[in-house]
Write a new protein. Structure first.
Length: 400
């Protein structure tokens, strides 16, 4: 059984016709805050996300998370009958999210001109690697390629080592959050004007934006950001350090006052009197000296002592956690940052909770990701399809 939808978006209907990963994650967020999200998947292949990552007893664990709070409809859009079903659903939807190559919806007779003719308030969010326009619009692109092209990989890793890619869907995840922002702006615009619109969301541009001022820095100074490992070109100390009991911790000192307190704590107060210490850039240029001062103090003390000492001195430090350590952290537990949900296949499942809290209209994780086509009959019945029509569509392989 699923619990009733609540939250600020409970009045919204969303068709999630996207696959790995940006679109489904964006729709997960909308569903977390109450939207009625219908996951539209190929009736036999499903979303490739179902087969991505770790599996247990044949069930994809990633899809259990990203598929949460969604109803699942198996529907083949490439068949005219399937396209007609989708158009019927879209006529009553608020938002459609898709990530097919540009022109695919149009080839199926499901372009925005067609869909909006029956639903002028419809918001169509189109997510692709490079956007709907430009010479690369037709190219296939996954997050890995975007992480390479955006400048992220060039900036990440040790100076003398190869560029480093993230071990998770960084570009897609940032794009998902960007897409949610764009969708809610379009919803607000519609609330004022009644007008729907098309959102052209690439994966490349959000990640490039997240990298900070590297473009304006190059434009104005000619300087190109390079790999610096865990160090920063903007301040020091900023690195990871090994404790006496073999654990790692991270220190950050973006504020000058914090950097000074760090030097006092590690017994090197005289460094704070050096002329170069007065600016973050000056400290970054002398990272070797600062890092050795911090590292030599930390390496002879266990992690618990280091954490307490830095907290008492009001200097920013955090342990480097793996998943068990994160789950055990008292702040994580106090905030309810991880939620346990009963799953029909796996029993109790822990996963990340909502992105943020709302005092007046909180969201909720109501259920985990469901099976391919699990809600097909119920969804089509909601939209007026009788059982004989449903049976006919199933016999033709249009639905699952």
């Amino acid at each position: 059984m699923t619990t009733p939808r609540t939250g600020p978006l409970a009045a919204l209907r969303v068709l999630d016709a996207s696959t790995v990963l940006a679109g489904p994650f964006a729709c997960q967020i909308l569903g977390d805050y109450g939207a009625d999200v219908i996951k539209v998947e190929h009736p036999t292949k499903g979303d490739n996300l179902r087969g991505h990552g770790a599996q247990k007893d044949g069930h994809g664990l990633w899809s259990k998370m990203v598929g949460r709070n969604k109803r699942c409809l198996g529907l083949y859009l490439g068949d005219p009958a399937g396209a007609d079903v989708f158009a019927t659903l879209a006529a009553q939807a608020d938002i459609v999210v898709e990530n097919f190559r540009p022109g695919t919806l149009e080839r199926w007779g499901l372009g925005y001109d067609t869909l909006s003719e029956h639903n002028p308030g419809l918001i169509l969010c189109r997510i692709t690697g490079f956007g709907q326009t430009g010479p690369y619009a037709e190219r296939p692109a996954f997050g890995t390629l975007i992480e390479a092209m955006s400048g992220f990989a060039h900036m990440t890793g040790e100076p003398e080592r190869p560029p480093t890619l993230p071990p998770f869907g960084l570009a897609d995840s940032i794009t998902a959050m960007s897409a949610v922002s764009a969708i809610m702006m379009a919803v607000h615009h519609r609330s004022v004007t009644g007008e729907g619109q098309v959102i052209d969301q690439s994966i490349l541009e959000p990640l490039a934006a997240a990298l900070g001022p590297h473009i304006v820095t190059y434009d104005q100074t000619g300087s190109v950001a390079t790999r610096s490992g865990n160090r920063s070109s903007n301040n020091a100390p900023r690195n990871t350090y090994l404790t006496a009991d073999g654990k790692w911790c991270a220190v950050s000192s973006s504020a000058d006052a914090i950097a000074r307190r760090a030097m006092v704590l590690v017994g090197r107060a005289e460094l704070a009197d050096e002329p170069w210490f007065a600016t973050g850039a000056g400290r970054a240029e002398h990272s070797d000296i600062i890092d050795e001062a911090v590292a030599s103090w930390i390496r002879v003390r266990p992690l618990d002592e280091v954490v307490r000492a830095f907290a008492d001195a009001d200097v920013a430090l955090a342990p480097v956690y793996d998943v068990p350590a994160y789950l055990a952290d008292e702040q994580v537990q106090a905030r309810g940052a991880v939620v346990t949900i009963d799953d029909d296949d796996l029993g109790p499942v822990r996963m990340q909770n909502l992105l943020f809290g709302l005092s007046a209209s909180p969201g909720k994780v109501r259920h985990t990701g469901r099976h391919l086509g699990q809600d097909t009959e119920a969804i089509l019945a909601d939209y007026g399809y009788d059982q004989s029509t449903i049976d006919e569509l199933r016999s033709k392989g249009v639905i699952a």
